[in-house]
Design a protein around this ligand. Structure first.
Ligand SMILES: NC(=O)c1ccc[n+]([C@@H]2O[C@H](COP(=O)([O-])OP(=O)(O)OC[C@H]3O[C@@H](n4cnc5c(N)ncnc54)[C@H](OP(=O)(O)O)[C@@H]3O)[C@@H](O)[C@H]2O)c1
Length: 327
């Protein structure tokens, strides 16, 4: 496993990491979660991602119980969580980054995770109504109180992040250090376009999510929806259109000869493609079983095989002109 600095920070994160969205609680219990995390940790993963909203807080409970069971040294791993959507419908409790919500939110998350602090606390989405200054101050205080080591953003625009950094600089507060954006072969435009200049200038970190587009890029949906897959899990109706999209499936199939040439699986190829982007700090993977972890973590070995010629062929499949990406 290779490690990359999280943006400008001194912290190094495994270039492949593991998240718990959809899987923990919905698909796997504490014992299975511990096995999946242990498989990742044994292969060098040191970064585990979560959010208060995942399984309505239960994903944090599962990860907390799994960590207790695993008994790892706290310094040997990083845990992250995110706040925004909230667990309740009260007017100040949902879709907000107000000070009260953030502080109540981190306290509740730490309780569920059974941890004294998280390593990165993300604002899960931008809040268009709370002044960014209020959010920056609250995140600064949370760090000062030792409840989080760093803070970051998720799916904020470059302009919102620049504003947050400017406010923090003006008041000598802790700045956000990393974004958590979607990034995969289908969803690359914002990361490779809007964000690039900003990553260059600010050396902001990027812990990217859904590298397999919820599993689609593994090829598992090429011949229908497998019974034990994410798309067949309860309440996943929103995913059905994507995994049945003929245009997307044709592109995944067109990747198969390249994967064969490189002697790797489609999942490894799609993950390796994310790793090739130098602005990525860590690619957050998801796994519903141990075998997927074993397969996916080998992507690090495939990334060096992605020559400019191979990358060009991949771009052609996804109909991206080389000069469309700024990176
Ligand atoms: N910040 C945000 O807003 C945000 C949003 C989404 C995700 N995230 C984070 O990013 C993490 C990863 O996102 P994601 O789970 O969507 O990642 P993904 O890699 O796009 O999808 C992971 C899912 O694909 C399937 N899969 C994984 N490896 C496979 C393999 N080798 N062969 C076949 N199927 C495979 C598994 O589902 P099945 O086996 O069930 O089919 C797995 O749970 C999340 O856990 C979360 O921490 C953040």
């Amino acid at each position: 496993m290779e490690y990359r600095h999280l943006g400008k920070t001194g912290i190094q994160v495994s270039e492949l990491s593991l998240g718990s969205w959809i899987t923990f609680k919905n698909q796997v219990d504490v014992d299975a979660a511990a096995e999946i995390m242990a498989a990742a940790y044994d292969l060098g993963v040191n970064f585990f991602d979560n959010a208060e909203a995942y399984a309505d807080g239960k994903s944090e409970e599962v990860m907390g119980a799994a960590l207790k069971k695993l008994g790892w040294r706290r310094g040997s791993y990083l845990v992250t969580t995110k706040i925004y959507w909230g667990l309740y419908k009260g007017v100040n409790e949902k879709n907000t980054l107000n000070r009260k919500r953030l502080i109540e939110g981190i306290n509740a998350s730490l309780g569920r995770l059974n941890l004294d602090y998280v390593d990165v606390l993300y604002c899960h989405r931008p809040d268009k109504t709370t002044p960014i200054e209020e959010t920056v101050w609250a995140m600064h205080n949370i760090i000062e109180w030792g409840k989080a080591m760093y803070w970051g953003t998720s799916e904020w625009s470059a302009a919102e992040i620049v504003e947050a950094i400017a406010i923090a600089e003006k008041h000598h507060l802790h700045k956000p250090v990393t974004e958590q954006p979607v990034y995969n072969l289908f969803e690359r435009k914002r990361f490779s376009g809007e964000y690039v200049r900003f990553y260059k200038e600010h050396r902001y970190g990027a812990t990217t999510f859904s590298p397999l587009d919820s599993g689609l890029l593994s090829g598992k949906y090429n011949t229908g929806i497998p019974k034990d897959s994410r798309a067949s899990t309860a309440n996943m109706d929103w995913l059905l259109e994507s995994v049945r999209d003929k245009g997307k499936l044709a592109k995944v199939q067109a990747l198969e000869p390249i994967a064969r040439e490189l002697d790797c699986t489609l999942s490894q190829l799609a993950l390796a493609w994310c790793l090739k982007n130098p602005y990525v700090s860590s690619v957050i993977t998801g796994a519903s079983r141990v075998e997927q972890v074993h397969e996916n973590m080998k992507a690090s070995e495939i990334a060096p095989k992605l020559t400019p010629e191979i990358l060009k062929r991949i771009d052609e499949i996804f109909a991206v002109k080389q000069d469309e990406d700024e990176d």
